[in-house]
Design a protein around this ligand. Structure first.
Ligand SMILES: Nc1ncnc2c1ncn2[C@@H]1O[C@H](COP(=O)(O)OP(=O)(O)OP(=O)(O)O)[C@@H](O)[C@H]1O
Ligand SMILES: Nc1nc2c(ncn2[C@@H]2O[C@H](COP(=O)(O)O)[C@@H](O)[C@H]2O)c(=O)[nH]1
Length: 208
């Protein structure tokens, strides 16, 4: 296989549209992509594990990480703080591995400032407002107040869809996953990412 620089695949959406579901499915189907596990001050939901779903930290620790430059990006979302630890992302990219991010539009904009060339931005839309609300409730992990608050913010979140490269309307998980896999496959073939291409082509031409 040709040597290739890793890419950063970002998924954003209004809360409940299906990023976590699609991320889990993509990670299970492709061992060349690794998840960026965020740091958050949000309380864990039932079943969420420290170090797997998030690193759950208090505000003081979050501020320390931010101030010491340990976060690649950070944002306040729904009154909680979220950020991307820098070290694991840089390690994965330099080893030629791809990294998957489930982050909001603020974080995506920040990543774009430092890594535009490596970034592939996908926005996930729900099929309808009713579907979004039904999904937030079906997850059954947030209070009525939290569901209400997230629905109230959904329109603002969606207004950022124009900042993304690809749009997936998440009707069926299988169909959306297939679209995501197609995006990833095409982006991996971009000439600028194939760092081993020129020596491969030179070898090919020398042999002709
Ligand atoms: N295509 C789909 N059809 C029906 N239900 C779905 C679909 N995709 C996801 N869901 C369900 O919707 C709920 C919310 O999905 P998920 O947690 O993946 O959303 P999210 O975008 O990661 O939300 P958040 O931003 O709050 O983390 C889950 O219960 C999930 O099983
Ligand atoms: N800018 C960032 N946004 C993040 C990060 N990790 C998660 N998120 C976004 O927060 C909301 C809410 O997530 P939830 O798990 O509490 O439902 C969602 O839009 C995530 O994409 C991050 O590191 N940076």
């Amino acid at each position: 296989m040709l040597a290739r620089r890793g890419l950063m695949l970002v998924l954003s959406s209004p809360s409940g549209a299906g990023k976590t579901t699609l991320s889990r499915r993509l990670l299970a189907s492709d061992e060349r992509i690794t998840m960026s596990v965020s740091v958050t001050t949000r309380a864990p939901r039932p079943g969420e594990e420290h170090g797997k779903d998030y690193y759950f930290v208090d505000r003081e620790s979050f501020h320390r990480m931010r101030d010491e430059g340990e976060l690649l990006e950070h944002a306040s979302v729904f009154e909680n703080l979220y950020g991307t630890p820098r070290g694991p992302v840089e390690e994965a990219l330099s080893a030629g591995r791809d990294v998957l991010f489930d982050i909001d539009w603020q974080g995506t904009q920040q990543l774009g400032e430092s890594a535009q060339q490596d970034l592939v931005k996908v926005f996930i839309l729900p099929p309808s407002a009713a579907d979004l609300e039904q999904r937030l409730r079906a997850r059954a992990q947030d209070s009525e107040e939290v569901v209400h608050h997230r629905m109230a913010k959904a329109s603002d979140e969606i207004s950022h869809y124009t900042e993304y490269d690809y749009i997936i309307i998440n009707h069926e998980v299988e169909d959306s996953l297939a679209k995501l896999v197609a995006i990833l496959q095409a982006e991996r073939l971009k000439r600028r990412r194939l760092t081993g291409l020129s020596s491969f082509v030179k070898g090919l031409r020398d042999a002709l």
